[in-house]
Design a protein around this ligand. Structure first.
Ligand code: 13P
Length: 252
């Protein structure tokens, strides 16, 4: 009932030529978009070129946006600007932005609302540190992140969002959450959504897992009941590896 979604997050990697070579390499190979949503979230400078060349079955996303429609915010990009270039998704609240660029639960909330208003699908990131995982308070911390992200967001708007559960200790470390661990936390997130909205709404919102997903572990992660796809860093940079991941989602 929930269509699988595999989103690559290129972070700050690649040059223009690499980005174009990638899109040409994957365009004809990605699965039918009615079966799997294949997304690449690229650095903003590549977005225009990628959207111009995106094939029928792949979509392009940004990695960040500002929450204001417009204004004196030097260096920033609004949701309306992204939309006007044909960008369809935007990662919001990635832990790297929370850690290095002052992203807070409050700005995540404002950005989520701005994205939905501009018809951009936000991929809203939540996740705990190793300290929190070891203290056994993951569900509580993630619950607070979700509640704050979805403040003043009604059910209809919430249905236009995607969530990515990315434990910080699993990002770029090669240390993946076990499929059971990831699924358990994702079920906890779904329960929070059911409390905020209804079970029916919670059952419709896609929740991805992110953190050291690769061609070897993708099948076991995607086999879990509540993991609807993946947000992938390192393993999304190589076209072959990205294609293996999106094709793995066909088995979901
Ligand atoms: P890695 O897949 O490189 O661990 O990165 C995960 C991530 O941060 C995706 O947003």
């Amino acid at each position: 009932m929930r269509k699988p979604l595999i989103a690559g997050n290129w972070k700050m990697y690649k040059t223009k030529d690499d980005a174009l070579a990638f899109i040409y390499a994957v365009n004809l190979e990605v699965p039918d978009k009615d079966l799997v949503e294949s997304v690449i979230c690229a650095p903003s400078i590549f977005l225009r070129d990628l959207v111009k060349r995106e094939g029928e079955n792949i979509r392009i996303g940004a990695q960040n946006m500002h929450y204001a429609n417009e204004g004196a915010y030097t260096g920033e990009t609004s949701a309306a600007m992204l939309k006007s270039y044909g960008v369809d998704y935007c990662i919001i609240g990635h832990s790297e932005r929370r850690a290095y660029f002052n992203e807070t639960d409050e700005t995540v909330n404002l950005k989520l609302i701005a994205a939905v208003n501009a018809d951009i699908i936000p991929i809203v990131c939540v996740g705990e540190s190793l300290e929190i995982r070891e203290a056994g308070t993951t569900d509580h911390v993630v619950k607070k992140q979700i509640e704050k992200a979805y403040l003043n967001v009604d059910a209809e708007e919430a249905l236009k969002t995607v969530i990515a559960y990315e434990p910080i200790w699993a990002i770029g470390t090669g240390r993946t959450a076990t499929p059971e661990q990831a699924n358990e936390t994702i079920i906890a997130i779904r329960n929070v959504l059911a409390t905020l909205y209804t079970k029916e709404v919670a059952d419709k919102i896609r929740i991805l897992y992110g953190g050291s997903v690769n061609v070897k572990n993708v099948d076991s992660l995607l086999s879990m009941s509540d993991i609807d796809g993946a947000l992938v860093g390192g393993a999304s940079l190589d076209p072959k590896s990205y294609l293996t991941l999106v094709k793995a989602a066909l088995k979901k």
